[in-house]
Design a binder for this molecule. Structure first.
Ligand SMILES: Nc1ncnc2c1ncn2[C@@H]1O[C@H](COP(=O)(O)OP(=O)(O)O)[C@@H](O)[C@H]1O
Ligand SMILES: [Mg+2]
Length: 149
């Protein structure tokens, strides 16, 4: 399986990676983010959203899904609390609505992810250093890793 590792040394480097990926966006793109609390999942999403023309992204922890109108719609999910809430949200219904879906803690819903997607694992390696491990599932996502990383 392909894997692309990128080390960032500060917030801005993580943001610029997010911007690079954003420049390769397409309709129905799905990006899955995993990694410990404080590893940079929401920061990455903010950087991506910003490049899409969306500047008011906040963590959707308590609402599960937030929708934003940018160049494309952005569906930002944080499914950490999904298991213990009785709420039935149709996560799958967002994948093919023509926007971009970003899912924090996607490992918690592995059986509900699309076959083709970009997974990014955030690993904390120091106060300001993170290792981002990209795993593309599908040709389109592999191409993105090749050109944006
Ligand atoms: N290289 C880095 N990349 C991303 N975040 C960093 C980095 N260095 C320090 N940070 C800090 O780590 C925190 C990441 O928070 P956040 O994005 O909310 O994490 P998560 O959504 O994974 O819980 C922020 O306070 C950010 O300033
Ligand atoms: Mg977060």
């Amino acid at each position: 399986m392909d894997e692309y590792k990128v080390v960032t040394h500060n917030e801005n480097e993580t943001i610029s990676i997010a911007q690079n990926i954003e420049s390769e966006k397409f309709q129905n793109m799905v990006i899955c983010l995993n990694g410990d609390l404080g590893s940079g999942k929401t920061l990455f999403t903010k950087g991506f959203a910003n490049a899409m023309g969306i500047d008011d992204v906040t963590s959707p922890t308590f609402t599960i899904i937030k929708e934003y109108q940018g160049e494309l719609m952005l569906y930002h999910m944080d499914v950490y609390r999904l298991e213990d809430s009785n709420e039935e949200i149709g996560v799958e219904e967002y994948y093919d609505r023509g926007g971009v879906t970003i899912i924090e803690w996607s490992d918690m819903i592995r059986d509900r992810l699309p076959k083709e997607r970009l997974e990014i694992k955030f690993v904390i390696t120091g106060e300001n250093t993170r290792t981002l491990v990209f795993t593309p599932y599908g040709e389109k996502y592999r191409n993105i890793c090749e050109s944006a990383l």
